[in-house]
Design a protein around this ligand. Structure first.
Ligand code: SF4
Ligand code: SF4
Length: 225
């Protein structure tokens, strides 16, 4: 799932300080699960902001609202009445959610309170690990379930490079070489032939904005041939 982290406090303050009525919108999806932007984090940030502005003698109204998922317009509809009372929107949803909020309310300035950092997994409580960069052409079926785009310092599709050294990457002695790990995993699965299949340079699909259509809904969004 998407992983986020809160922006530096002063950066958030700098965005919103000219407004008197600020609505902080959280997201009950990924942002909430990774403890970065659910209702609890919205409440904590709002309390810190209120304290900050009180100390500066600035009287601000900072509201809060958490939608079930900010990346779905149906859930954003419920904000329609709420935002009318505010000058700007701060959001702790991921950057996709923040953009959807900005699209729904184009007349309101919308500011992210978070940075979206990764698609990853929960390695432990509060310890997230990046696993995918959404390249659009997944090869992990051939690489033992290890992503070479995310794990290899050079993002190599054919590896390892000449810098691999006793299982570690040449960029740092503490970073495991992705392609060494791919080799070891494929070897353990008797699938080493996969590493000898040369893959063509990939056509990066994440260099332009993509729309992803679920096959069951293709009739809705794609023209008939
Ligand atoms: S190969 Fe591409 S789609 Fe597959 S895990 Fe890596 S970045 Fe993600
Ligand atoms: S040493 Fe391994 S992980 Fe590092 S750049 Fe080369 S192939 Fe990639």
């Amino acid at each position: 799932m998407i992983k986020i982290e809160q922006k530096p406090f002063q950066e958030i303050v700098d965005c919103i300080q000219v407004y008197d009525h600020i609505l902080n919108v959280g997201c009950g999806g990924c942002a909430s699960v990774c403890m970065g932007g659910g209702q609890k984090e919205v409440n904590i940030l709002n309390a810190e902001l209120e304290m900050y502005f009180d100390e500066k003698g600035q009287n601000k109204e900072i509201g809060s609202y958490t939608v079930e998922r900010a990346c779905n317009m149906t859930f954003l509809e419920e904000l329609d009445e709420v935002v009318k009372d505010y000058d700007c929107i701060l959001s702790m949803a991921c950057s996709a959610g923040v953009q959807f909020i900005a699209e729904r309310f184009p007349s309101k300035p919308v500011f992210p309170a978070i940075n979206t950092v990764a698609i990853g997994v929960d390695r432990d409580i509060g310890l997230y690990e990046e696993k995918c960069r959404a390249c659009g052409d997944c090869v992990i079926g051939y690489t033992g379930g290890i992503c070479p785009v995310t794990r290899c310092a050079k993002g190599l599709f054919n590896g390892p490079c000449g810098g691999t050294n006793e299982g570690m990457c040449e960029v740092h002695k503490d970073i495991p070489c992705a392609w060494y790990d791919i080799h070891e995993r494929l070897k353990a699965q008797n699938r080493l032939e996969d590493i000898y299949k040369i893959r063509e340079p990939m056509e990066w699909q994440n260099q332009v904005q993509r729309a992803v259509v679920h096959p069951d809904y293709a009739h809705r969004y794609m023209e008939e041939e």
